[in-house]
Design a protein around this ligand. Structure first.
Ligand code: SF4
Length: 497
């Protein structure tokens, strides 16, 4: 690694560590969409205005820790490296936060207490040892999870580049730019077995190799954040909570295939994610992590955010190419697939947000470590958004191949006999009668569904599956492009049945 690069990142790292582990208490308020929806904006306003916290605590805003059921969620780090997590807060219970910040923690509303394994070292939630789980709900929610991609979510301020760097951020990029050739990056991703996290699970490394091997000198990479599956909000939560992890993955993808232009195609309703992402892009550019000669290397990449046109079909990978080309948002006939002939017919890699956020982890820890969890054909972890008839809904990350029983009953807290079916894979996925099975690409395909992006809607016995099917058909009829007879005429006919 060049000295200038190492020095620049070291400087950001030191600033980030100081910000994450200050000499006073740090109050972190979850202000992602889920926190905002439950009143966290007001709590932030009250806490930020508390004069008696001056000199005792600094108040920052963070993204989503994942426990959406427990929002508004606030954590307090005291100068001795202890973290207190509080949930379901309101104005009346805010004094618990103030007392914790003053070193007088109380148990009410407390979810858990954790200590930094090494005081002052915080690279993600894995550096915290939970010494007390005060809420049995939180314990059952957290214990089966393995947070890799989401390890920083809810701990760092997503608008603070320094904090991202302090948590191993942009280290994989620096290593790749100065120690690995692009084909070695592709080889590492291939060896990891990472499969696309947004749909049918196509191997990511294989997609990159096809694009990289194309003789066309112009190559393009696109991050697809046009999330539209009902119940799925992992892209939004990742971008609101840890946008630089997606940017770093995108730059690595661009480096691997030889792209000099990248797009981030993002759902236009995601206003907070868009604002957070735009700030991340501009901060990364200012720090030399994006743009011309990244970190002093020979590699340059321009990243252009594009807001989607709105309809569900626009998230389909060839429809989004049409939109970026200023054409009507409808899917293209394939082949050619985008990796062979995509945007303006140039080889184009379209990757989902979670897929990209996995890339820095794979390069930092190696493909073998990545494969330590998951199954042989579906290695690694997967983020699911667990919603519907569960006690504990949330944005969770678990090893692929985990059983539905652990996901739905342990993490979600649903009683076994209360669950009728699972809706997974988005509107074109499937509604599967509830039973215990492994959640991986192969098992879901055998069961008649697809993984999709990971929206998992739990349906209790009080839900009518016919009503849901009708709703999904209506959704598809409304949101498809109308190019083909089956969609244009068939779906409205189905709606009438
Ligand atoms: S009409 Fe339906 S099937 Fe045909 S391209 Fe549009 S969304 Fe796809």
């Amino acid at each position: 690694m060049k000295n200038t690069t190492a020095a620049a990142l070291k400087d950001l790292n030191i600033k980030g560590q100081k910000s994450l582990c200050p000499p006073v208490s740090r109050i972190s308020i979850g202000l992602a969409t889920c926190g905002q929806a439950t009143g966290a904006i007001n709590l932030n306003r009250v806490l930020a205005g508390k004069k008696d916290l001056a000199g005792i605590a600094k108040v920052v805003t963070v993204g989503c820790l994942g426990a959406c059921y427990a929002e508004p969620l606030v954590s307090v780090r005291t100068p001795d490296g202890t973290h207190y997590f509080y949930g379901k807060l309101d104005k009346q219970s805010l004094w618990h936060i103030i007392r914790a910040a003053k070193g007088e923690p109380v148990r009410q509303n407390r979810l858990a207490v954790a200590r930094e394994r090494e005081k002052g070292v915080l690279r993600g939630i894995q550096d915290l040892e939970f010494t007390e789980i005060s809420s049995s709900h939180f314990e059952r929610f957290l214990k089966p999870q393995l947070k890799r991609v989401t390890r920083r979510c809810g701990l760092i301020d997503p608008r603070n580049l320094n904090e991202y760097v302090a948590m191993e951020g942009y280290q994989a990029l620096a290593q790749a730019l100065f120690q690995l050739r692009p084909h070695q990056v592709i080889a590492a991703v291939e060896a990891s077995g990472l499969r696309g996290r947004g749909g049918a699970g196509f191997p990511t490394g294989q997609k990159w190799r096809i694009a990289a091997g194309n003789p066309d000198p112009v190559k393009i990479v696109i991050a697809n954040a046009d999330e539209g599956d009902p119940g799925a909000y992992m892209d939004r939560a990742l971008l609101e909570s840890d946008p630089h992890s997606v940017l770093e993955g995108l730059i690595l993808a661009g480096y691997a295939i030889g792209a000099s232009t990248a797009y981030i195609f993002i759902r236009h309703e995601y206003s907070l994610a868009i604002r957070t992402l735009r700030k991340a892009i501009s901060d990364a550019q200012a720090a030399g992590l994006l743009g011309e000669r990244i970190l002093g290397s020979d590699y340059s990449l321009e990243v252009i955010p594009v807001e989607s046109a709105g309809a569900f079909v626009c998230g389909e990978e060839t429809a989004l190419l049409q939109i970026i080309e200023n054409k009507r948002g409808e899917p293209r006939l394939r082949p050619p697939y985008p990796a062979a002939g995509g945007l303006w017919e140039h080889p184009t890699v379209v990757n989902n947000i979670e897929t990209l956020a996995n890339i820095p982890w794979i390069l930092l820890h190696g493909p073998d470590d990545f494969r330590q969890v998951g199954t042989a054909k579906s290695p690694g972890t997967k983020i699911f958004c667990l919603t519907g008839d569960v006690k504990r809904m949330g944005f969770i990350e678990v090893p692929l191949g985990l059983s539905t029983q652990v996901l739905v009953e342990q993490i979600g807290g649903a009683a076994k006999d209360s669950v009728k079916a699972l809706q997974i894979g988005g509107p074109s996925g499937g509604i599967i009668p509830y039973k215990n099975f492994q959640l991986d690409y192969e098992t879901l395909s055998t069961a008649g569904a697809i993984m999709g992006s990971g929206g998992l809607v739990v349906l209790g016995y009080n839900r009518c599956v016919v009503d849901l099917a009708r709703h999904l058909v209506h959704f598809m009829a409304d949101e498809s492009c109308g190019k083909c007879v089956a969609c244009r005429d068939g779906l409205p006919q189905l709606e009438l049945k």
